[in-house]
Ligand binder design. Structure first.
Ligand code: PMP
Length: 445
């Protein structure tokens, strides 16, 4: 047999070959069925092989798949921008700039923020502050904003030193405090960082509403974002919400920031925006951000060949309409409460579970070697991989994440099934997950 020439995340691993999907299930070429318990990378939010989306793909392909954005606009791209505005905030205009991945969406957000200040004659504001324990993407600009040591280390000489504050991680508080007595040390740290760096050098602060891959789903405490926003506003710093993972219903609200009533200046969307049916993402900029740009050079200094291509736009539009018509965001809110409770119940039965947390259908499970002391497993034990692989063997796909502050190795997984999952299917997911964890725990002892 000829060797595979496809570069994969782990070249020595035997990947199953996917053949097709249906609803929350995926199938491989041996006929094995998997529950898509993570929607891939928290992406396939409406499930697989949805007829309405396939129909929309065909219809658009029959008309036109590609036009170049500097030669034409198109009906699907215009409608998609309008629909996103409606869904994100009916009370003010957000402008959409389309790209092809979450990394490009956050990197474009960074460029929009810098350009916003330049158009007003301020060329010094070019830094984007962020948190240690964050992931904003893999391209060099996006990686510069990411507080993810493992992903940064090979490229450090090429990166900007942007991450500057600690995460709002109550389970392992970086300041050894307890909420609410802490008075939000973690949010106030931004003020200290701004004083150190100088507000005159800072264009924006970027944050995932709920930290995903880098933190194993970290939900900040009440008051945190309001405090951050106040600090940004007082210092003339834009606020970018990286909603690539949390956006478009994943947490039971349209945007993750809706849980705290925050309206960001710039929003990065990806993943669930097309639910995996096509590669499209977006940076959305508020009227306040766009105004000096429109009055100045007139547009954003960025763009990709495939930006706003009508084929992808039509598919994303169909996904958004499907979510709206089927009231899937409300369904996520309801299912999320059920699944979170079922997973929290496991904490009493499985010793290696340290914490279960999340909102909607974005739930993180953090593993610990010692329940009481919260002692993490050693990096060598590689618990996350063991859990993910064993679950896969049993027909359940879950998403590996990390958890922990700087210097703390932490193991976690994300459970984030498609929005259409039913109660019996959630029960089945939890049963397989429990069996997996008990076996991993048994193997360890
Ligand atoms: N931001 C966040 C919050 C993400 O979770 C991800 C992907 N995991 C990205 C950005 C990067 O998106 P992409 O992989 O599509 O480039």
């Amino acid at each position: 047999m000829k060797r595979s020439l496809l570069i994969k995340p782990m070249m020595n691993d035997m990947y199953p070959t996917a053949t097709h999907g249906d609803g929350i299930y995926l199938y491989d070429d041996t006929g094995k069925r998997y529950i898509d318990g993570s929607s891939g990378a928290v992406t396939a939010s409406i499930g697989h092989r949805v007829p309405e989306i396939i129909e929309a793909m065909h219809e658009q392909a029959k008309k036109i798949s590609f036009v170049y954005r500097s030669q034409f606009t198109s009906e699907p791209a215009e409608k998609l921008a309008r629909k996103l505005n409606e869904l994100v905030d009916a009370n003010q205009d957000y402008w959409s700039f389309f790209v092809n991945s979450g990394s490009e969406a956050t990197e474009t957000a960074m460029k929009i923020a810098i350009q916003h200040w330049q158009e007003q004659g301020d060329f010094r504001k070019h830094k984007i502050l962020s948190r240690w324990v964050s992931y904003h993407g893999i391209t060099l600009g996006a990686l510069s904003m990411s507080g993810h040591v493992k992903r940064r280390e090979r490229f450090v000489p090429l990166l900007e030193d942007f991450p500057s504050v600690s995460p709002p991680y109550c389970y392992r508080c970086p300041f050894k405090q307890i909420y609410p007595d802490c008075q939000l040390f973690c949010a106030n740290e931004l003020e200290t960082a701004i004083t150190r760096i100088g507000a005159e050098h800072i264009a924006a602060f970027i944050a995932e509403p709920i930290i995903g891959a880098a933190g194993g789903v970290i939900v900040p405490p009440k008051g945190y974002y309001q405090q951050l926003l106040d600090i940004c506003e007082r210092n003339n710093i834009l606020f970018i919400a990286d909603e690539v993972m949390t956006g478009i219903g994943r947490t039971g609200k349209m945007l993750g920031m809706d849980h705290w009533g925050i309206k960001p200046d710039i929003i990065a969307l990806g993943k669930g925006m097309s639910a995996g049916y096509t590669a499209i993402a977006a940076s959305l900029a508020s009227e306040k951000v766009m105004k000096p740009i429109l009055l100045g050079s007139g547009s954003i200094m960025s763009g990709h060949t495939y930006s706003a291509n009508p084929q992808s736009a039509a598919v994303a539009l169909a996904v958004l309409e499907y979510i709206e018509t089927n009231r899937l965001v409300e369904k996520v809110e309801e299912s999320g409460v059920y699944l979170l409770q079922k997973l929290q119940e496991l904490k009493n039965r499985v010793d290696i579970i340290g914490d279960v947390r999340g909102k909607g259908l974005m739930i993180g499970v953090e593993f610990v070697a010692d329940h009481k002391t919260k002692q993490p497993f050693s990096a060598k034990a590689d618990i996350t991989s063991k859990v993910v692989e064993k679950a896969r063997d049993k027909g359940l796909l879950i998403y590996p994440a990390s958890a922990g502050n700087e210097g703390v190795n932490g193991d976690a997984v994300i459970i984030s099934p498609p929005f259409v999952i039913t109660k019996p299917e959630m029960d089945q997911l939890v049963d397989i997950f429990k069996e997996t964890l008990l076996e991993v725990q048994h193997d360890l002892s």
